[in-house]
Design a protein around this ligand. Structure first.
Ligand SMILES: [Fe+2]
Length: 205
C-alpha cells in the first residue's frame, strides 16, 4: 500500500508582468523569489512521488522516511502557498486599504496605521513571514508571525496579506534595512486583490 498514490503534479503559476516593475522592489529580487517558488513546486511533486513509492509493509523502517518526507512536504507546500499570495497581491498602487479589508483592520486594530505598525513589527521580528489572517474562530483579523515556510499560525485562519521577510526579499535592494523594504512592500500592495479574496471567502465585518 502506498501513502500518496493519488497525487497530481502541479506546475508553477506564471509570474505576472507587473511584478517585474514594482516600485522599489527590483526585478532581480522578484526573480529570486520566483526561482525559490519553482523549487518548492518541484520539491512538492518529487516528495509526493516518493511517498507513493513508500512500502508500508516494512513500516518500522519507513517511519523515519515518512517523517522527513511529510515534514519536507509542509515546507514545500508552505513555500508555494506563501509565494502565491505574495505574488498575487503585489503590483498594486499601495496607499491605504479600501473596502472590506479597510473595515476589518479598522475594527480589529483601531486604525489602518495601527494595523500597518503591527504588521511591520511582526515582520521585523519574524525570520520568514508575517501574515494578516482572518481567524474564523475569533471572527477577526490578526497579524501572525512565521519563522519558516511551514510555521503557519493556527488552524482555521485564512491569510489575506503575506509579507515575506526572508533575506532574499530585501537584501539586493535594501541591504540590511528590512524596515525600508517593509515600507516599500506596503506601497506595492493591491488592496483590490485582498478585498476580492476576503469577499470570496465570505468574510464579513
Ligand atoms: Fe520569497
Amino acid at each position: 500500500m502506498a501513502l500518496a498514490y493519488n497525487h497530481e503534479e502541479i506546475t508553477p503559476r506564471e509570474l505576472k508582468p507587473a511584478l517585474l516593475e514594482l516600485d522599489g522592489i527590483s526585478r532581480e529580487t522578484i526573480e529570486a523569489h520566483y526561482k525559490l517558488y519553482q523549487g518548492y513546486v518541484n520539491k512538492r511533486n518529487e516528495i509526493l512521488g516518493k511517498l507513493a513509492d513508500v512500502d508500508l509493509a516494512s513500516a518500522n523502517q519507513v517511519y523515519s522516511e515518512v517523517h522527513s518526507l511529510k515534514l519536507d512536504l509542509t515546507f514545500a507546500v508552505g513555500g508555494i502557498k506563501n509565494h502565491e499570495i505574495y505574488f498575487e497581491h503585489l503590483g498594486g498602487p499601495g496607499g491605504d486599504p479600501t473596502g472590506l479589508f479597510a473595515d476589518l483592520v479598522r475594527r480589529d486594530f483601531g486604525s489602518v496605521a495601527a494595523w500597518k505598525d503591527d504588521l511591520k513589527a511582526t515582520g521585523m521580528a519574524g525570520r520568514g513571514w508575517a501574515w494578516t489572517a482572518y481567524d474564523w474562530d475569533e471572527s477577526r483579523v490578526f497579524n501572525y508571525i512565521g519563522d519558516a515556510q511551514n510555521s503557519f499560525p493556527v488552524w482555521n485562519a485564512t491569510p489575506l496579506v503575506a509579507l515575506d521577510v526572508y533575506e532574499h526579499a530585501y537584501f539586493v535592494d535594501f541591504g540590511t534595512d528590512r524596515a525600508a523594504y517593509i515600507d516599500v512592500f506596503f506601497h506595492n500592495l493591491d488592496y483590490d486583490v485582498v478585498n476580492d479574496w476576503a469577499q470570496r471567502y465570505g468574510i464579513r465585518t
